[in-house]
Ligand binder design. Structure first.
Ligand code: 13P
Ligand code: SF4
Length: 305
């Protein structure tokens, strides 16, 4: 008699993933159990670079909607699944294409740089895209001294301190990073005087002013591995702590605030990943006319990094 051993959720996902010729891409803010089943885990830049070169037929995107949408923009022949279609990014929804078209009329001489945390329609209206890892480099690469930066005012402000260009800001922001306060950092610096303070550029300027280093989540992961770091105060969403501790067992990682949680990132669970692979849904697609224009903005970015 054959004994059929029950498979765990993770085992069922990995088995079905092979059958579907799928790849699981995971953002650094995802739940630990999701990070642990990743084929690739990274920041927005790494994820879009990885999506652009994967040879799988299916991408299961464990992140938020604009990330899956970016994969769909770059890989039109692949099936891109987002295990919970409600996993959006509030900041990406703080500007729409019509509002951007209006602003462009008010600033006819400015080039538009859009943060990757934006909808495909907004990317389609932009000259070039950027992520938190390359925003300064992208703005410097633009052959124009006047820039309209959308939608993140704090990332845009940070970039403006690193360039001589005139940067117009759109008043968007990340609600999760906006909850990180300068008082939190000041208190933790007193408690852990040896610790390096590493802050994400989506944070408020007064928080960034207290940083030893300002990095994207991918930059934080690399910096944590360096010999200079034995203790690190981590100024970003809490999910990254799982990865930092796993990859650096002897080091101490201190989260800045229990409030720094992105509820949308946490909507993706193992159950939903399995269901998504079983049903091959929900699929993220971008209408072709918008996709082609948005792709030009994303590919311009990928060409310079
Ligand atoms: P990065 O991982 O690219 O630094 O972005 C942070 C973020 O908020 C993604 O939503
Ligand atoms: Fe959007 Fe902020 Fe969540 Fe990132 S952490 S997905 S920017 S709300």
């Amino acid at each position: 008699m054959t004994i059929i051993k029950d498979l765990s959720l993770e085992e069922r996902i990995l088995k079905l993933k092979e059958e579907r010729n799928a790849v699981i891409l995971v953002h650094n803010y995802q739940l630990g159990e999701i990070q642990d089943i990743a084929d690739f885990i990274g920041d927005s830049l790494g994820l879009s670079q990885n999506a652009a070169k994967t040879e799988a037929e299916v991408i299961v995107f464990c992140g938020v909607h604009f990330m899956a949408e970016t994969a769909a923009i770059l890989c039109p022949d692949m099936t891109v699944l987002l295990p919970d279609i409600h996993a959006g990014c509030p900041m990406a929804n703080m500007i729409n294409a019509e509002q951007l078209r209006q602003k462009k009329k008010e600033l006819p001489n400015a080039s538009v740089v859009c943060y990757i945390n934006s909808t495909a329609e907004v990317k389609a209206e932009s000259d070039i895209c950027c992520t938190s890892a390359n925003a300064v480099k992208v703005v410097e690469s633009v052959d124009n001294d006047e820039i309209l930066f959308v939608p993140d005012q704090y990332l845009g402000h940070y970039v403006s301190t690193k360039t001589n260009k005139k940067v117009h800001l759109w008043p968007g922001y990340c609600p999760t990073h906006a909850r990180i306060r300068d008082q939190d950092i000041i208190r933790l610096k007193q408690e852990y005087p040896q610790a390096k303070v590493v802050i994400h550029p989506e944070c408020r300027p007064e928080v960034i002013a207290l940083a030893d280093e300002v990095f994207s989540t991918g930059g934080m992961v690399r910096y944590a591995q360096s010999e200079d770091v034995s203790e690190m105060i981590v100024g970003t969403e809490l999910g990254i702590i799982h990865r930092l501790r796993k990859e650096n067992p002897g080091k101490k990682f201190i989260s800045v605030s229990e409030q720094a949680v992105c509820p949308n990132m946490k909507l993706i669970t193992l159950e939903k990943v399995l269901w998504s692979l079983e049903e091959m849904a929900p699929e993220v697609r971008v209408p072709e006319a918008i996709r082609l224009k948005a792709k030009a903005a994303v590919e311009k970015m990928l060409a310079i990094v």
